[in-house]
Structures are given as structure tokens and as C-alpha cells.
Design a protein around this ligand. Structure first.
Ligand SMILES: C[S@@+](CC[C@H](N)C(=O)[O-])C[C@H]1O[C@@H](n2cnc3c(N)ncnc32)[C@H](O)[C@@H]1O
Length: 435
């Protein structure tokens, strides 16, 4: 396909995302089924442009004076992809392109960004969230949010059950992976340009052999805060697809036991093939349909990890459509669930054991507020230094350790953000039960 046809396709896909509230993945898949002539490069190009338009939806709409799918896609070409008017004009002259640029579009496409636009416009976040953004980031709300309105890099965690970082490095070179600056057993791949064709990570044998897992560095650091030791008894209470379970299994080197529980049995099933691939043999799935399996663990665990369901604000770089779908009532619902889950999960911690609370949200309402609420009714728990817990795992580099110490709150919890850490937004806190 030529660029004109791709631009038209991106406008159609974005229309579906915005008017039918479809995630980008499914809207792009539907378009792909209709457009049999489109190849994989065309699909990556179209989805990439739609995602970039969504990442910067407010600032592009403001610059273009137009929040229609056409205005957003044309604006994304200029303001996210750096195309000049000539390139856009050329594309719009091609067959299957949308109609030619209007005079007003032409003027808007070359205008400089508005330096006095409000924070939700400069930072591309929903306006209703302005008070929460100001609460967590103060004057820096717009710049913190701007770092969430760009493409995310890819991080890989080395599965030390199978291989060490040195051995994994060589085959990962073809994927342009470099050693992580933050973690000793991790690699980092810069964000891909959707207009360039690149080999998929899944096609690298090191990946299919289970040597590495795709896992954001923030998620790896949160899992490190469990400081899971070989021989310990660990409950991953919201195990889901098992990202943290697998990271902790790697930390424990096959010794001790991890119980992986989730209220959603289907999500747990997705963990079975991942466990096989990873070679982790000390993970036992605790299915919600067998509640006695869970109750047997009461008061027995050295560590209970709660990777709580949350609004996912920390992952806006990867899922910009979710940023605009989020509503205040969902945040309130999540906060209620987080309180219930923390209280329920705490029963399994043994005296002297620890409860780790993590979210991939940067909102104080889902983070410090939930920890404070839990501690107010659980006098037998007290908060510890989560940064030192993560560092004690031995998984952080010197730079990684310095970084998380810098972003540790006086209470001991840590909040990472794309701007601070180059990771997804993550929060983690360690709560110790009296012995
Ligand atoms: C953030 S996700 C977990 C991601 C996972 N730990 C990982 O690293 O891949 C949160 C999980 O909590 C689960 N969940 C929601 N409510 C729960 C509850 N009341 N008890 C246990 N798990 C729950 C959801 O099904 C979801 O899988």
C-alpha cells in the first residue's frame, strides 16, 4: 500500500476506536480482515499511526482545532511523526488517499505548540484527572504525562532458571537488545518505529527457548521488592498471566514453593504454557474453584505478593486507548477492590512475614491511600523500606539502586514513572507482619 491509502485506513481505524470504543488492536484487526491487500508492514504502519494519534490526542486536537479522526491522524503525521507539509501533500495526492488538505488544515499543521495550553492538553491526559495528576506530580503534571505520551521501549528479563545474562546477550543482539541500565538480568530494546520493518522478538530462538520473558523493567523491579529467597513459601495472590510469578520463580532458583492464585481461573490457565516454557517447577496453581487449597495457606506464607487490579495508568504508553476510556467510577471501583484484596491477602502472611502491594498505576488514590487505609485497620503490619527490599534481591544495578532510592517516599514505598525511571508507571510497598 502507498502512504495515502494507509492514512485513509488509519482514519477509519481511529473512527472505530473513538466512536465504537474499540481497543486499537481489535479495530486494526477488523480493518485487516476487510483489507486483504494489506501486508504486515501496512498493518504495523496503520496501527502505529493510530496509537501515536491517541497518545497525543488532546495536544493534537488543540493544535488542529479539530478532534475528528481525520484531524487527529493528519496532526499525528506532523506533530508525532515530524512529517512536513510537502510529505503530507504528496501522500494526499495518491490513489485511495483521503481528500486533499484544506487551507485551515494546512495552516494548523505548521503551527508551533501552544505554550500556555492547560496541563491536560500539554500532557495529553483526560481533563477529569487534572486534580489527581496535580496531587501526585504537582507542577510537573504536564511533563510527567508527556513522558507517558510516547512509545514504550521493550524490556526483557533473563530467565536465570535456564541461562545467565552473558549467554543470553549474544543471540539477543539481532533484536538490538542492550544490557538494561537498571537491572542485572535484563535487556532493553528501544521503541520500534512503526514505519520501519523489524524482525519480531518472537522469531528469535532465545525467546522460544524460554531464555527471556518480555517484562517491563518497572514490573521486574516491583517483583524484586518481594526479595523472594530460595526455600521460601510465597503466595502470588493476583497472579493473572504470571509475569510476577515467573520473575519470583527465577529469583528462588527452583527452591521453595510459589502458590499462584487468581480469582479468574482462565487467566491462571494462561500461565500453564508460560510455566512450561520457563522451566519453573516449584509453582503450584491455586484455582479459585478449590477454595480449601487457598485456606490451607492461612498464616503460612513468608511473602504474599499482591499485584492488584488497577486502572493501569502506568501503562498509558502501551495502551493509549485505555487512557481515554478510563472513567472516574472505574477508579472508585478499583479502590474498593484493592482494599478488599489487601485485607483478604494479608491473612496468608505468617508472623514475621511480608505483604508486598504493587500496582501499575501512579495514582495516589490507588497507591499510598490504599496502603494507609490497610494499615489503619491492621495494627499488626508496619511499612518497611521497599527500595532496600528490592536492592537486597541483588537484581538491581548500581544505577538502578540509586534511582529507586531517589524515588522512595518517606514512608518507604516507591513510585516509578516513565519520566523518572524510563519504565512503566509502577508503585510498590512492603508491609511486615509483626513476629
Ligand atoms: C494486575 S493483574 C495481575 C498481573 C500479573 N500479576 C502479572 O504480573 O502478569 C491483576 C489480577 O488480579 C486479579 N484479581 C482481581 N480481583 C481479584 C481478587 N478479588 N482476588 C484475587 N485476584 C483478583 C485479576 O483477575 C487480574 O488477573
Amino acid at each position: 500500500m502507498r502512504n495515502g491509502g494507509r492514512i485513509a485506513a488509519a482514519i477509519d481505524v481511529l473512527k472505530d476506536v473513538l466512536t465504537r470504543h474499540q481497543p486499537v488492536k481489535s479495530a486494526a484487526r477488523d480493518w485487516g480482515k476487510r483489507a486483504r491487500y494489506a501486508g504486515s508492514k501496512d498493518r504495523a504502519w496503520v496501527s502505529g499511526l493510530v496509537l501515536d494519534a491517541l497518545r497525543k490526542k488532546n495536544s493534537i486536537a488543540h493544535a488542529m482545532g479539530d478532534d475528528s479522526p481525520r484531524g487527529l491522524i493528519l496532526g499525528a503525521l506532523a506533530h508525532a511523526w515530524g512529517w512536513n507539509i510537502r510529505q503530507i501533500d504528496d501522500a494526499m495526492d495518491e490513489d485511495h488517499a483521503p481528500s486533499k488538505l484544506t487551507l485551515e488544515e494546512r495552516e494548523r499543521l505548521v503551527m508551533a505548540p501552544d505554550p500556555v495550553a492547560p496541563p491536560h492538553v500539554q500532557g495529553d491526559f483526560p481533563e477529569w484527572m487534572a486534580p489527581m495528576m496535580a496531587r501526585v506530580f504537582g507542577e510537573e503534571a504536564a511533563v510527567e504525562a508527556q513522558a507517558m505520551a510516547v512509545r514504550a521501549d521493550v524490556d526483557l528479563r533473563v530467565n536465570t532458571l535456564k541461562v545467565d545474562a552473558e549467554k543470553a546477550a549474544q543471540p539477543l543482539r539481532s533484536a538490538k537488545a542492550e544490557a538494561s541500565p537498571l537491572l542485572v538480568n535484563a535487556f532493553h530494546i528501544p521503541a520500534r518505529d512503526p514505519s520501519e520493518r523489524e524482525a519480531s522478538l518472537e522469531s528469535i530462538p532465545a525467546y522460544s527457548k524460554g531464555w527471556v520473558e518480555v517484562q517491563d523493567a518497572g514490573s521486574q523491579i516491583a517483583a524484586a521488592a518481594a526479595n523472594a529467597q530460595p526455600g521460601e513459601q510465597v503466595l502470588d495472590y493476583c497472579a493473572g498471566g504470571g509475569g510476577k510469578t515467573l520473575a519470583m520463580a527465577s529469583q528462588m532458583q527452583g527452591k521453595g514453593q510459589i502458590f499462584a492464585y487468581d480469582i479468574d481461573g482462565r487467566r491462571l490457565s494462561a500461565l500453564i504454557p508460560r510455566l512450561k516454557r520457563s522451566g519453573a517447577h516449584n509453582v503450584q496453581l491455586v484455582h479459585p474453584s478449590e477454595p480449601t487449597q487457598l485456606s490451607d495457606l492461612t498464616g503460612q506464607m513468608d511473602c504474599v505478593f499482591v499485584d492488584a487490579p488497577c486502572t493501569g495508568t502506568g501503562t498509558w504508553r502501551r495502551r493509549p486507548d485505555a487512557k481515554w476510556r478510563l472513567k472516574e467510577r472505574q477508579l472508585e471501583k478499583r479502590m474498593g477492590e484493592q482494599d478488599e484484596i489487601l485485607a483478604a491477602a494479608s491473612q496468608y502472611v505468617k508472623p514475621g512475614g511480608r505483604l508486598v502491594y504493587a500496582t501499575c498505576s501512579f495514582l495516589i488514590e490507588e497507591d499510598e491511600d490504599r496502603v494507609a487505609n490497610f494499615l489503619s485497620s491492621h495494627a499488626d503490619f508496619s511499612e518497611e523500606d521497599a527500595a532496600e527490599a528490592a536492592i537486597a534481591s541483588g537484581l538491581l544495578t548500581e544505577d538502578g539502586a540509586a534511582m529507586i532510592r531517589k524515588f522512595r517516599a518517606p514512608t518507604g514505598s516507591v513510585r516509578l514513572t516513565p519520566r523518572r525511571a524510563g519504565t512503566d508507571g509502577f508503585f510498590f510497598a512492603v508491609l511486615r507482619k509483626a513476629g
